[in-house]
Design a protein around this ligand. Structure first.
Ligand SMILES: *[C@@H]1O[C@H](CO)[C@@H](O)[C@H](O)[C@H]1NC(C)=O
Length: 186
């Protein structure tokens, strides 16, 4: 049985804070261009295949944690290449459907940065990206959080690269998610 130590408590409080910020505070339809992200897509109709929505909030929290320690005041780094708490790039944002803050237009210069730097818009961008590009990157027969971490780092094509688990990002991500798994089975 897993002991609740100080580290687990930090993980629990971190997740709770995350939930307050990203889940409770997430208004539906705050952004233009958001698809139905509940996972009840056409995959459900009549087939035995279950709707896939592997992007749990704990998984999202670990992607945020591994990206920037989930520092919500993170702005753009590396000459503007990556922005916000999830370090989203412009191509990633484009592929996710160019979500914008309400009243904004995707064509406006700065629309990408303003979305990526916003906690809610960036989280929704990651959810949308994962929904669109779900891939069994690790070839284990399931599309789950482990795959989401790989996709966030490398995109849906290069996420199969066997070197992904050796990257600092993925190590931080996996360590976070392993704690989540430990807590939920304790
Ligand atoms: C978050 O990031 C900002 C900007 O990079 C930095 O100034 C601040 O110290 C960070 N906060 C924490 C709690 O790490």
């Amino acid at each position: 049985m897993a002991k609740i130590n100080a580290f687990s408590l930090i993980a629990i409080y971190g997740l709770m804070a995350f939930t307050v910020i990203f889940v409770s505070a997430t208004p539906q339809r705050r952004f233009s261009g958001v698809d139905d992200l509940t996972g009840q897509s056409s995959q459900n109709t009549g087939s035995r295949r279950k709707a896939i929505n592997p992007m749990t909030e704990a998984c999202l929290a670990c992607i945020c944690q591994a990206s920037t320690n989930c520092n919500l005041t993170t702005r753009c780094i590396s000459n503007g290449k990556y922005c916000g708490p999830f370090l989203i790039s412009r191509p990633y944002w484009l592929d996710a459907g160019q979500l914008t803050l309400i009243g904004d237009r995707a064509e406006r210069a700065g629309a990408f940065e303003d979305c990526a730097n916003d906690p809610i818009c960036s989280a929704q961008t990651v959810r949308t990206y994962m929904q669109r590009f779900q891939t069994d990157c690790n070839r284990d027969g399931a599309i789950d959080c482990d795959d989401m971490g790989r996709i966030h780092l490398m995109g849906p094509t290069d996420c199969v690269n066997p070197r992904v688990p050796t990257t600092p990002f993925f190590k931080r991500f996996r360590s976070c998610y392993d704690k989540v798994l430990q807590l939920s089975s304790a």
